[in-house]
Design a protein around this ligand. Structure first.
Ligand code: ADP
Length: 542
């Protein structure tokens, strides 16, 4: 028997119209590439998104056609989020930190018909446009009078000239909620990048889930700063969740240094900020150096790679800001888990609470997870047994765009490539990427644990633990370390720092000091590159 409730598809256009109607005067503040702050309201976002939709019609784009963006977090990018998807086209966010060859490859693979880009990325577009014959129109996100004349890029217009004269009324089409809304390519550390193709349904469900109290806890009383980029996995869905809750949005543009981010937080009364650990490290360093405090920030969501304990401590102990550790991936829209404590945990001693906060957290309702052993059998949720983490749910990929890489599922579950434990309360903890696991003498050593200890040392800026081949133990861990500016540390001092923190056999065999740890396009340590750099390295004799 079918239910007798109205059947309205879950569409992204509903989110922006809701925000315009119910939070019309809610603010959106953006730091522009020009350096100044731009401000307007949810009502304006809706009006200009409709202008974008009209401009796409005028450009002759059909339903399902892809529109690429290479852009920072800012108001024009937000308008494209709603205007492109709302009018049944597909928003293809492109990570500008990828290599030009990769950008050209994914623009061609996605068959983008239009590509919109921030002024900052003009040099990239100059280099790649000739390799992207599928693009009929290049749009620079700027005022008409800011468009440079002699770029050599054919069919280049300014965003304002393209959409500015269009009417701000538009009848958003109503269609199947399973229609594609946006896409994002994974970083492709192995082989060509593959794209997750999100749907309106998956995006709207994810937006509701992300706003929940035990997730990002978003409301109309919040001012949210997504430092996490809109060019990768939809800025963790924050633009949609902000529209759904009427939260104020504060966009940092390309200014991600500690000073700029701090000034934005203070100047705009930001209550919640979200980003990867590397960005927060820059902010904390700036604050420590200048003895600054926060006056409005209550929480930060930190994810994308493991949040070092020292960072959770710094936010909590020095600034009274709660860190919510989050885990997810491109293939999951991206949120899978978030670490908030339960009522019973509040009675625990601070150090016990900290052990829990370090975990990646509990599943968000909608994400089903399990850990499995090498034999494919499900493993116990005892907080100790580690296995391959599998997930499934309405915002998890079923397959990649154009079927790339074949069927990614195993028995209906998506293997995440992460190795994790889950405890009896459902708190999941990533111990490694499966390709980074260090196997020593038949036992697993968690590279994340080893890195976290090194990063707790006051002299260490960043640490990467990798396994090196060993004749007796198969592999032994070493730790590659970059130091904070002006700091000094010897190999033996760092190795002694491990004493009492891990078992003797888990302590790294060596420390390699480097000027900087190579980072990938999403701010994560590039272990493949680190291993390449260590190709001539030999473990010290025991
Ligand atoms: P990519 O851009 O490389 O495809 P994603 O941005 O999708 O990567 O990142 C997904 C991966 O990032 C996860 O599978 C996991 O390995 C890692 N990751 C994300 N959040 C965390 C976290 N909080 N702790 C540890 N690892 C994390």
């Amino acid at each position: 028997m079918l239910g007798l409730m109205q059947s309205h598809p879950l569409l992204i256009s509903n989110l922006i119209e809701f925000a315009a109607r119910h939070h019309g005067d809610g603010e959106i503040v953006s730091r522009r590439t020009e350096g100044d702050l731009h401000r307007y309201t949810w009502k304006d976002v809706a009006a200009r998104s409709r202008q974008v939709a009209n401009a796409l019609d005028a450009s002759g784009l059909a339903a399902g056609d892809r529109v690429g963006t290479l852009a920072w977090n800012g108001y024009r990018h937000l308008e494209l989020y709603f205007g492109v998807s709302g009018s049944e086209r597909v928003l293809h966010t492109i990570n500008p930190r990828l290599l030009p060859e990769q950008i050209a490859w994914i623009v061609s693979h996605a068959e983008d018909r239009i590509v919109c880009f921030d002024t900052t990325f003009l040099p990239i577009i100059k280099g790649v446009h000739a390799h992207c014959p599928n693009v009929q129109q290049w749009i620079m996100l700027c005022d008409a009078d800011k468009l440079p004349g002699d770029t050599g890029i054919p069919n280049l217009v300014s965003y304002e000239a393209w959409m500015g004269q269009q009417p701000s009324t538009y009848a958003w089409p109503v269609f199947d909620e399973n229609t594609a809304s946006s896409m994002c390519y994974t970083s492709g550390t192995t082989g060509n990048p593959k794209a997750a193709l999100y749907s309106h349904r998956s995006t709207v469900l994810h937006a509701y889930a992300a706003a929940l109290p035990d997730v990002m806890n978003l409301s109309a009383r919040d001012a949210v700063l997504p430092v996490v980029p809109m060019f990768h996995v939809n800025a963790w869905g924050i633009p949609y969740s902000a529209a759904l809750t009427g939260a104020k949005l504060v966009f940092p543009g390309g200014a991600l240094d500690g000073k700029s981010v701090y000034e934005l937080i203070e100047g705009e009364g930001v209550t919640m900020a979200a980003g990867v650990p590397t960005v927060w490290q820059m902010l904390l360093t700036h604050m420590q150096a200048n003895q600054l405090k926060f006056s409005t920030l209550t929480r930060t969501v930190i994810g994308g790679s493991a949040c070092p304990p020292a960072m959770i401590h710094a936010f909590q102990d020095n600034y009274n800001v709660e860190v919510l550790h989050a885990w997810g991936m491109t293939e999951m829209s991206p949120l899978g888990t978030l670490c908030t404590l339960k009522e019973k945990h509040r009675k625990l001693a601070p150090e016990e609470q900290m052990k829990l906060r370090l975990k990646q957290g509990r599943a968000i309702c909608g994400v089903d997870m399990k850990i499995v052993g090498d034999d494919g059998q499900e493993l116990a949720w005892d907080g100790a047994t580690a296995g391959d983490l599998y997930v499934r749910g309405p915002w998890v990929v079923a397959s990649y765009f154009k079927g790339e890489g074949g069927d990614p599922l195993k028995g209906g579950w998506f293997p995440t490539g992460d190795v994790a434990t889950i405890d009896a309360d459902g708190f999941m903890q990533i111990t490694d990427r499966s390709k980074d696991v260090i196997k020593s003498g038949g036992e697993w050593i968690s590279s994340i644990d080893i890195e976290n200890i090194a990063m707790a040392h006051p002299a260490v800026a960043m640490a990467a633990c990798v396994g090196m081949p060993h004749p007796k133990w198969d592999e032994r861990p070493i730790v590659v370390v970059s130091l904070k500016p002006g700091a000094e540390l010897t190999r033996d001092e760092l190795l002694q720092f491990y004493e009492g923190k891990v078992a003797k056999w888990q302590t790294p065999d060596d420390v390699v000091f480097v000027d900087a740890i190579p980072l990938g396009a999403t701010g994560k340590m590039l272990k493949t590159k680190i291993r390449q750099q260590l190709s001539d390295y030999k473990l010290p004799a025991a």
